[in-house]
Design a protein around this ligand. Structure first.
Ligand code: FES
Length: 177
């Protein structure tokens, strides 16, 4: 703009005309800068608001994980696989009934789970030993690999649950029978 005023003076324009033109040019520049600032502020506010909405939404993350829906265990009980040795067990609770459940590994790499509630009269059976779950009340014994009755008086097997392995975790699934 200073260069333009210099050229105008060189062309012999009156000083008043040069000053008016400079003021006019400055005003246009100010309006243009103000408009750009408003636009920039508006865009920042818009995108800033959207980002806040994503991060604040319950159950969502700003950057969705590629395994969304798989990596979360939700309310399902789980244990570390290392907590269930071959022939051993870990106890969890059925989230719907609150009953004790044993997650067992009767043979290497084979995981399953059984209700710990004896089908005879509802006592809690002991953790598996030597491949059997024994009820302390009347002596019923159940197979730790299938839940089947080995010795009565119980006549029905222990209810079974699905178990899924996810990395180092064993997750209790639905009750099957
Ligand atoms: Fe288990 Fe009777 S309650 S054997």
């Amino acid at each position: 703009m200073a260069g333009r005023a210099r050229r105008d003076r060189a062309r012999g324009l009156a000083e008043d005309a040069v000053r008016r033109r400079s003021l006019l040019d400055g005003g246009i520049a100010a309006v243009a800068l103000g408009g750009a600032g408003l636009l920039s502020g508006s865009l920042t506010a818009t995108f800033g608001r959207d980002r806040k909405a994503v991060t604040a939404a319950p159950g969502r993350t700003a950057e969705p994980a590629p395994t969304a829906g798989l990596g979360t265990t939700g309310a399902k009980p789980s244990v570390a696989a290392s907590a269930v040795p071959v022939g051993g067990s870990a106890q969890v609770k059925d989230p719907s009934s609150g009953d004790a459940v044993y997650i067992v590994q009767p043979t290497a790499g084979q995981y399953c789970a059984f209700s710990a509630i004896c089908t005879h009269s509802g006592c809690t059976v002991d953790a598996p030993r030597d491949g059997k779950l024994t009820c302390p009340c009347h002596g019923s014994r159940f197979d730790a690999a299938t839940g089947a009755v080995v010795t009565g008086p119980a006549t029905k097997p222990l209810p079974k649950y699905a178990v899924t392995r996810s990395g180092d975790r064993l997750e209790l699934g639905d009750r099957q029978a």
